[in-house]
Design a protein around this ligand. Structure first.
Ligand code: SF4
Ligand code: MSK
Length: 663
């Protein structure tokens, strides 16, 4: 709460430098709320970022606190001039720090996937009744992809076998994880050659933590191998399991029109926001807000109804799957509470700022933690149990209604919303491009080969107060589509572009002539949102499918494709980056990169990995330079494939497709 001047003096509070809002965000709603927060004397992460200069030694990853002989800081003009007390070199220190980021980020996704698998097992065994298998077709497809016989079998039997098979993703100690079967053979061959095919996720994380302990693996290149193996256990393991099981239980996304931005809040309704990463909580609260008893209770309290809105990644997932409105990404989560209109904020795991507690307190919002893994001091905890999910979600709705009835502070909701099309699962992309009877990536590959589409980019990841919020994402993506690069997106990045209007099919006019023609023919926007950050696995599957269809090389590393996380902040992003790189994708990060340039470790990540048959890392904070680097890479791959001189081919248009379907 606001302190008066006397109180501040007494408590020796250092006055906060206030953030320059114009320089901070291009999201008008967030800016409006930051202005209000300043008027109300409320601080957010944007203010804290201005007041807390990032530690330059930490930013370069040039320090180590892995044992009590340190902490050691390797600061010198020449990074090889010094070593830690134990003798650890700069390469050892940086690679061990990097390894721990990969391990932690991968663990977050993998644990999420494990939760999804737990729920799936309990649904299949009949112990959870609130969820069912909503997409049996997807169940069969996934089962077939890991070699399970499906013909003439009961759904329950297939599901039981699938559970057992996917459990190996986590617990297996030797062999290869099940979804290795989806990796293009040449990519898999590279992994096998380097010994990085994941065995089981738990084993890989355990080994990486062991190897990055003081006095164990002290060769940066060897540590990097295990970073790849662990990250691959995330992308092709834990994350992929999370995505596939979520689709099986809650439905595979298909395009849906939906609104984004803070104008989704309704002054005359009970507003409830769900923020986090696991769809289970959100799916149940969707039931709760439609429960006639609770709707009546809301109306009795004077509300027009109950308005459920998503934020961050669970929001992105529900936006894609059900068209639930989405109010904003990671850096808007504090700002939205400043509206005073949020009656309850329910959170589960990952990317939940502790700072939310104070802002919620200032505006009287009820903040509920729900996951046993993630309590926050000062927030009320209502445990979410998948066996009785409504106990928690009904309670959140009831408490939100109470808060609505007792709203005291004036409400100010930014008026902005943008409509767009979301929910492009890889299955739908297949169908959209190929049609009902020949669902296939062939038309995509054809259009890449003939040069209408120059290449494909995955632009993903967080937002970060160290850079202008949303701006880097938006400028990068505009630049890419202008140059005929089709963009696939997940997570917070998807929301940045959705707010900027790039998810409307009409945004095709911002694309280059070739991409525009394809978008207009198919009726799709030039930017395709595929879901939350675990749904990056959909991009991996799309890449594998493009290789399988043919004409674009034999491995993912051959594809004219690149990835970027221009405003990343979390360790999960580092794990995602490493699994894209290990899968063969050139991946450029913005903001900062935890590395000292011109070191051996830097050379390995930014050049050497590509020579070993993987992709490689890139870095620049500038969106235009980032686009240039990605396009340059795409062109390099086109040249290697011999498709740099575009061959004219007839686009497979709707009329031709209809003709084929009629046959
Ligand atoms: Fe220093 Fe080595 Fe200990 Fe790290 S492990 S803190 S570099 S002595
Ligand atoms: S929520 S990991 S800020 S994308 Fe997935 Fe957004 Fe990044 Fe969290």
């Amino acid at each position: 709460m606001r302190m008066d001047e006397e109180e501040k003096k007494e408590k020796k509070v250092i006055p906060m430098k206030r953030v320059n809002i114009k320089e901070t965000t291009i999201c008008e709603s967030t800016a409006q709320m930051l202005e209000k927060a300043q008027r109300d004397g409320v601080e957010t992460a944007f203010d804290r970022a201005v007041n807390m200069k990032a530690c330059p030694i930490g930013a370069d990853s040039a320090c180590c606190k892995h044992c009590a002989m340190g902490p050691c800081r390797l600061i010198a003009k020449d990074p090889y001039e010094r070593v830690g007390v134990c003798g650890a070199t700069i390469d050892t220190i940086m690679s061990r720090n990097f390894a721990r980021m990969v391990a932690s980020g991968a663990a977050a996704h993998i644990d999420h996937g494990m939760t999804m698998l737990d729920v799936f097992r309990e649904v299949v065994n009949g112990n959870i009744k609130d969820y069912t298998i909503k997409d049996p077709i997807k169940l069969e497809e996934v089962a077939k992809s890991v070699g399970i016989e499906t013909d003439g079998r009961e759904i329950r039997d297939i599901a039981t076998d699938l559970y057992k098979e996917l459990e190996r993703t986590y617990t297996q100690v030797e062999g290869e994880i099940p979804f290795a079967s989806r990796v293009p053979p040449k990519t898999l061959e590279t992994w096998r050659k380097h010994g990085v095919v994941p065995r089981g996720a738990m084993r890989e994380i355990m080994e990486l933590m062991h190897r990055s302990h003081m006095g164990v693996d002290q060769h940066y290149a060897n540590i990097t191998h295990q970073c790849s193996r662990t990250a691959l256990a995330d992308g092709w393991g834990g994350s992929m399991v999370a995505t596939e099981i979520s689709d099986i239980l809650y439905g595979t996304p298909t395009p849906v029109r939906a609104e984004v931005d803070m104008g989704c809040l309704k002054e005359d309704q009970v507003n409830i926001i769900i923020h986090g990463h696991e769809p289970n909580l959100f799916e149940s609260i969707l039931e709760s807000v439609n429960d006639p008893t609770l709707v009546k209770a809301a109306k009795d309290a004077g509300a027009e109804g109950i308005n459920l809105v998503g934020m961050c990644c669970s929001g992105a997932e529900m936006l894609s799957r059900h068209g639930i409105p989405h109010a904003g990404n990671f850096m808007s989560t504090e700002a939205i509470l400043v509206t005073g209109a949020v009656d309850a904020l329910g959170v589960d795991v990952q990317c939940i700022k502790q700072g939310l507690v104070k802002v919620a307190e200032c505006y009287g919002t009820k903040l509920f933690t729900t996951n046993p893994r993630a309590h926050i001091e000062g927030a009320e905890h209502i445990e979410f149990k998948e066996h009785e999910p409504r106990e928690c979600t009904d309670k959140i709705v009831e408490m939100a209604i109470v808060r609505f009835r007792n709203r005291k502070l004036p409400v100010e909701i930014p008026k902005l919303t943008t409509m767009g099309i979301h929910g492009f699962s890889h299955e739908y992309i297949n169908y959209m491009l190929g049609g009902t009877f020949r669902a296939s990536y062939t038309p995509l590959n054809d259009n890449i080969i003939n040069g209408r589409i120059r290449g494909v980019a995955g632009v993903v990841g967080c937002t970060n107060p160290r850079v202008k919020h949303d701006w880097v994402h938006v400028e990068l993506v505009k630049e890419l589509i202008k140059n005929d690069v089709l963009v696939l997106q997940t997570g917070c990045s998807q929301i940045s572009l959705a707010k900027a209007g790039l998810y409307k099919p009409e945004a095709a006019h911002l694309a280059g002539a070739g991409l525009r023609e394809v978008c207009e023919t198919v009726g799709m926007p030039p930017v395709l949102g595929v879901g939350s950050c675990v749904d990056n696995s959909r991009i991996l599957i799309a890449a594998a499918e493009m290789v399988k269809v043919g004409g674009l090389g034999e491995s993912i590393a051959d594809l004219p494709a690149a990835g970027a996380a221009p405003e990343w902040m979390s360790e999960k992003a580092i794990s995602i980056g490493q699994y894209f790189v290990a899968s063969g994708v050139y991946t450029v990060f913005g903001v900062t990169f935890p590395i000292v340039e011109e070191t051996k470790f830097h050379k390995l990540l930014f050049e050497g990995l590509e020579e070993l048959g993987y992709g490689k890392w890139g870095f620049t904070a500038d969106p235009y330079e980032m686009a240039r680097l990605m396009i340059e890479h795409i062109d390099k791959k086109r040249k290697a494939l011999g498709i740099d001189k575009a061959r004219e081919r007839v686009l497979f248009d709707m009329a031709a497709r209809r003709e084929l379907e009629a046959v």
